[in-house]
Design a protein around this ligand. Structure first.
Ligand SMILES: Nc1ncnc2c1ncn2[C@@H]1O[C@H](COP(=O)(O)OP(=O)(O)OP(=O)(O)O)[C@@H](O)[C@H]1O
Length: 298
């Protein structure tokens, strides 16, 4: 019999509390069953005279019959070379795209038919986070929190506490975001995702572009959130140490297909190595240098 969970209700206004106390009775956070997503793209050149000048349409299977389950409370890593389908998978889970085939459910709700409910449970951090750049970090976070119905004082207090925890000084927290480095803005994006205690947090390369100290601050905070909140997290990263440190289980995808799924320890055991980077190389034929070089050339 699954245990009922409630989202955190501290500091929330009554109307929000109605949403937040909804019980989620599923032990499975995400169930992805034979999910597929195809995109069409034009390719140059042609075998036929008719298409010689206008190219041909080709289908790319970005996600190809992928199945897995994520347990509630897990940090689940998705690793793969560039173009392997990680972002497409995250976008399918967060209802930004709909699967062409197969099903994806979040806490038992189908993303295709219950996208509004699913969206309420999710917060996503990605490198292209948008902000009001003339406003300060605190003002941006207060604005986001107000959309979720958090009272102003509680929102400000929470914003400052998370920003301080992530290593942003009070002075910086009150200065316009346009004066912050990209790494600092990335931290503010993470703080925003954690402001409203979402039950499912999608962290799409959350530490890309951060210096080593900031990276450690973010990783420590993610661990703290895991211990103190009933949150499930999906993490994509190009940092193998980060994946090993934070993830309970890791899925490796290549060309849209799931090629391995297990705990970091088991993956290393299966491949007969003590390095996750070596696991990645053995399974995908790409080493991390290739992945980072691809990243730079994109
Ligand atoms: N909107 C789109 N239209 C056409 N093709 C797309 C679209 N989005 C993704 N693709 C293609 O789908 C495949 C998977 O892309 P996706 O962005 O999911 O990979 P990724 O693993 O996240 O890559 P990266 O590590 O570079 O971010 C690629 O071949 C990509 O070109």
């Amino acid at each position: 019999m699954p245990q009922l969970i409630e989202r955190q209700t501290d500091s929330l206004s009554p109307q929000v509390r109605v949403h937040q106390t909804e019980n989620i009775d599923s032990e499975v956070a995400i169930c992805c069953h034979q999910a597929c997503k195809r995109f069409s793209e034009w390719v140059e050149g042609s075998r036929s005279l008719k298409n010689a000048f206008r190219g041909e349409k080709k289908w790319v299977h970005a996600v190809n019959h992928v199945s897995f389950e994520v347990k509630r409370g897990e940090i689940f890593g998705i690793l793969g070379p560039n173009g392997s389908g990680k972002s497409t998978l995250i976008r399918l889970i967060s209802t930004l795209l709909l699967p062409d085939d197969g099903t994806i459910t979040v806490f038992g709700k189908d993303v295709s038919t219950h996208h509004l409910e699913v969206r309420r449970w999710i917060n996503r951090v990605s490198v292209e986070a948008s902000f009001f750049k003339k406003l300060s970090a605190v003002e941006n976070l207060r604005y986001a929190a107000r959309l979720y119905g958090l009272p102003v004082e509680a929102a400000q207090e929470k914003a400052l506490s998370i920003l301080t925890r992530l290593g942003i000084s009070r002075n910086k927290a009150f200065s316009p975001l346009e004066t912050h480095s990209r790494g600092m803005q990335q931290k503010v994006a993470i703080a925003r995702a954690l402001m409203t205690s979402p039950v499912l947090i999608l962290l799409d390369e959350p530490t890309t572009g951060l210096d080593p100290k900031s990276k450690r601050d973010v990783q420590q905070y993610v661990e703290e959130v895991k211990q103190t909140h009933d949150a499930t997290m999906i993490l994509t990263t190009h940092d193998m140490d980060e994946a090993e440190r934070l993830c309970d289980r890791i899925a490796i995808i290549d060309k849209g297909t799931l090629i391995a799924l297990d705990t970091p320890e088991q993956l290393k055991k299966q491949v007969g190595t003590d390095s996750l980077e070596e696991v990645f190389f053995q399974l995908t034929g790409k080493d991390w240098e290739d992945v980072l070089a691809d990243e730079d050339s994109n």
